[in-house]
Design a protein around this ligand. Structure first.
Ligand code: SF4
Length: 286
């Protein structure tokens, strides 16, 4: 989709266009499609996120029985007084909902991966309800997210098998943060710093799925990815910057990913996947 290979290049290469539109134009050029086609595709992704959330069944459990129902639990908790307030509680509920939809083989949007599918919708859909963003604004925010996501993929990784969970939940969080900064009227520089801070805060996160299934710890890590994105976005909007330049943060993420042992890169043999609980439940996977 994107021809940009660095955040610095992307910010400098907008030709005076808003960042979201420069990313859209780049998508059109690289795929040889019209602006209308690109917008239609992005609109369908947003619709798929909304459909997944709407069709969530809190009674359903994954085939393993490990996950299911927590999105409903959090939504019910949100009907009363909560620790984190209505917006954050809805963000958490939406992240759990999407992660559980994926574990239950429902249709989700891999953004950037299925395991991390809850982060972007958990930030964007509740945002629209609480802050009044239009559908058009959400689609533009998705372009911002995709621009940063493609640079993360090109410069570091979006694969747990390659770079650990920092590459999946971390990347999703680093895509969602600049999307929120955009929605809040922040500058491209603030978007870049929010991306960098989101990555830094999850740097080194290992991929250790119990039983090799994208369920535990994946579903709940979507909550952390979403909350981390909002924290990074708010820091950037407050004028806080990443002391390490954003592209160097992405390079550090790539290096950390390469340094992770194989047992912590989606093999389901280390970390939480190697706990007594996991060994007992899935003896053959270890
Ligand atoms: S733990 Fe591994 S499989 Fe689960 S979301 Fe993270 S990277 Fe994906």
């Amino acid at each position: 989709m994107i021809q940009f290979t660095s955040i610095a290049q992307m910010l400098q290469g907008t030709d005076g266009l808003p960042l979201w539109e420069a990313i859209l134009e780049s998508d059109c050029r690289s795929q040889g499609i019209s602006r209308e086609t690109s917008l239609e595709r992005m609109s369908r992704l947003l619709q798929a996120m909304e459909d997944a959330r709407r069709d969530y069944d809190p009674q359903q459990r994954s085939a393993s029985g490990l996950v299911g129902g927590d999105g409903g639990r959090m939504a019910r908790y949100g009907e009363g007084d909560t620790l984190c307030g209505p917006f954050f509680t809805e963000v958490m509920a939406c992240a759990l909902t999407m992660g559980e939809c994926n574990a239950c083989m429902k249709r989700i949007v891999a953004a950037p991966t299925a395991g991390a599918c809850g982060v972007l919708p958990a930030v964007l859909l509740p945002y629209a309800r609480h802050f009044g963003a239009s559908r058009e604004e959400l689609i533009r925010a998705l372009y911002v997210a995709s621009g940063f996501g493609m640079i993360l993929a090109a410069r570091a990784s979006i694969s747990g098998a390659e770079g650990g969970c920092q590459a999946e939940i971390g990347s999703a969080s680093a895509m969602a943060a600049p999307a929120v900064v955009y929605l809040q009227g922040g500058t491209p520089e603030q978007m870049a710093h929010s991306c960098a801070m989101a990555v830094k805060n999850l740097l080194g996160l290992v991929c250790d799925p119990v039983g090799g299934l994208v369920e535990v710890p994946c579903v709940k890590r979507n909550v952390i990815g979403a909350m981390n994105a909002l924290s990074a976005a708010q820091m950037a909007l407050a004028g806080i910057t990443s002391r390490i330049p954003p592209d160097q943060v992405l390079d550090a993420m790539a290096e950390v990913g390469r340094a992770l042992p194989r047992s912590l890169r989606e093999t389901g043999t280390g970390g939480l996947a190697a706990t007594p609980f996991a060994r007992e439940r899935f003896p053959r996977e270890l």
